[in-house]
Ligand binder design. Sequence first.
Ligand SMILES: NC(=O)c1ccc[n+]([C@@H]2O[C@H](COP(=O)([O-])OP(=O)(O)OC[C@H]3O[C@@H](n4cnc5c(N)ncnc54)[C@H](OP(=O)(O)O)[C@@H]3O)[C@@H](O)[C@H]2O)c1
Length: 146
Amino acid sequence: MKVLLTGASGIIGSVILKQCLQRPEITSVITLTRRPLPSTSPKCENIVVRDFKHWDSGLLDDIADADAMIWAMGTSGGNEEPNLNYPLAFQQAFLPTQKSPGKRFRFIQLWRTRRARSEPQSLVPQQRAEDQGPCGNQVCGVCGTA
Ligand SMILES: NC(=O)c1ccc[n+]([C@@H]2O[C@H](COP(=O)([O-])OP(=O)(O)OC[C@H]3O[C@@H](n4cnc5c(N)ncnc54)[C@H](OP(=O)(O)O)[C@@H]3O)[C@@H](O)[C@H]2O)c1
């Protein structure tokens, strides 16, 4: 399984990277960062992305065979560029590269949900619509699902 990962230089992303590298079913991890990331494993390749809003076709060709994207880029303050505009731009550029019938590509975005203090904080999207991350509805629109 080939996994794409953004935010690998961050607190959450660096832990996800370690976990991915330890799992035998994940055969390859491509980290997409704005600054070069030192290599930690032969299983891991780093690609520096100059502009997360404009994904060039050469880069898309290199990552089109990936099985999943883990989007751990973002700020806890919910900065619109890394939390919303960049992941949407990725999805819009990446979707047309997925031409094999039946192939499933999983997109997971880390998002800190805001809940009442009595409720546990969550790192992953839950069932509630407001927990699906900043681009939950837009993602559905891009993918053409309800
Ligand atoms: N930390 C938590 O306890 C926690 C809990 C739940 C959810 N989350 C969510 O998880 C996500 C990551 O949190 P974190 O704590 O790991 O944050 P972090 O340590 O500040 O890391 C943020 C990551 O995003 C990248 N990034 C931020 N702005 C960017 C931009 N404009 N362009 C390109 N890359 C950018 C950073 O790259 P650079 O290294 O190049 O700056 C870094 O890799 C956030 O959305 C946050 O809300 C965090």
